[in-house]
Design a protein around this ligand. Structure first.
Ligand SMILES: Nc1nc2c(ncn2[C@@H]2O[C@H](COP(=O)(O)OP(=O)(O)OP(=O)(O)O)[C@@H](O)[C@H]2O)c(=O)[nH]1
Ligand SMILES: [Mg+2]
Length: 345
């Protein structure tokens, strides 16, 4: 699944319809009173969160969206028809940001949530509205109020339970493809994964969770090095981080700390999330080496962290890692109302 995480679109609510300036014309009445109806209201721009969508890819092909304008009023006090609302369906978890890419306009975090982002313009008054004791034949009728227009950003943060982070080549995608039906690209060069990938991990009938494979991070990512940290937003709502370390690298503790620094620099609570450290690729290591590296990592990670050896390639130790992830997710879920949203594969 290619995952588009943000896009910019133009939205416009409908203009209100023009009020009518009209006078009653009947053969029996010489000077008929004003009977111009009001214009109809323009359509609203509404966003609707849906669970069965998992990307913003549709918005890459169409970028301009307009709700219908209200119709003009007419004689015989007929109000113009309202313009139809424009309802845009977006995946649950989509945030709507203003043009500045910072101001949050709406956060569609629940399936079925509806937000009226831009209200349509009201219709103008027809001349019958201006009839009074002193003015029995007003000619005034108003144009409709214009609709509102705005460029907004749609940003989707995947709602995954666990997020895979690590240096490029740590074996993140290999692990995801072993434990789920996801089939991310795997290769022995850095930055193979360019977009987040989601997989559903099913341990037994009752236990499943969503694991997100993220593009590799490098030192300086928070300043934009490599692919930067633009995908770390997806980890913000994860219950747990699985930090994978390539055990065949020389300086594993240094690599561990480099990623921790980037998580801390990114902020948004990532550094405080529960972390499980995976010493990966142990199929390529001698047992003594595994033990020595596990200890080095445990020292670097500190007492709060769990270090588990595994191999996404051979499958060794994978069950223990998944069990630890599921246990951490279960305790986080117990503490919050929000269950996991299994929304993509
Ligand atoms: N020996 C061994 N090699 C592995 C293992 N897991 C992954 N590899 C190899 O390591 C290389 C990188 O694997 P990927 O799964 O693409 O790594 P990644 O972390 O997703 O890399 P990026 O997407 O670039 O960040 C590939 O050549 C894999 O075959 C493992 O458990 N053991
Ligand atoms: Mg990858």
């Amino acid at each position: 699944m290619k995952f588009l995480d943000q896009c910019k679109i133009y939205l416009k609510s409908g203009d209100g319809g023009r009020g009518s300036a009209s006078f009653r014309r009947e053969r029996s009445i010489e000077f008929g009173g004003p009977d111009g109806g009001d214009g109809g209201k323009g359509g609203d721009v509404v966003l609707l969160a849906q669970d069965n969508l998992n990307t913003l890819i549709d918005y890459r092909y169409q970028q301009h969206f307009r709700a219908q304008n209200g119709r003009g009023g007419a004689g015989a006090n007929r109000t113009g028809a309202s313009g139809r609302d424009l309802v845009l369906r977006v995946p649950t978890g989509t945030q709507i940001l203003a043009d500045d890419k910072e101001t949050l306009l709406a956060d569609l975090s629940r399936a079925g949530q509806r937000v009226t982002l831009l209200r349509g313009g009201d219709g103008g008054f027809g001349n019958s509205h201006y009839k009074s004791a002193t003015n029995r034949a007003p000619r005034r009728a108003d144009p409709g109020w214009p609709g509102r227009e705005e460029w907004v950003w749609l940003r989707l943060k995947l709602i995954a339970d666990a997020g895979l982070v690590g240096l490029p080549n740590a074996g993140k995608s290999t692990l995801l493809s072993r434990v789920s039906h996801a089939r991310p690209k795997i290769a022995d060069y850095p930055f193979t994964t360019l977009h987040p990938q989601l997989g559903v991990v099913r341990l037994d009938d009752e236990t499943e969770f969503v694991l997100a494979d993220l593009p590799g991070l490098i030192e300086g990512a928070s300043e934009g090095a490599g692919l930067g940290t633009r995908f770390l937003g997806h980890v913000e709502r994860c219950a747990v981080i699985l930090h994978l370390i390539d055990g065949t690298e020389a300086d594993i503790a240094g690599g561990y700390r480099a990623i921790r620094r980037e998580l801390a620099d990114y902020g948004h609570g990532l550094a405080d999330k529960p972390e499980i450290v995976g010493l990966n690729k142990i199929d390529a290591l001698e047992p003594a080496e595994i033990e020595q590296k596990r200890r080095a990592l445990a020292r670097a990670a500190g007492p709060g962290s769990k270090v588990l050896p595994l191999s996404g390639g051979s499958g060794a130790g994978v069950a223990q890692v998944l069990g630890a992830l599921a246990a951490t997710i279960a305790s986080a879920r117990a503490g919050s109302e929000n269950g996991a949203l299994v929304d993509a594969e």
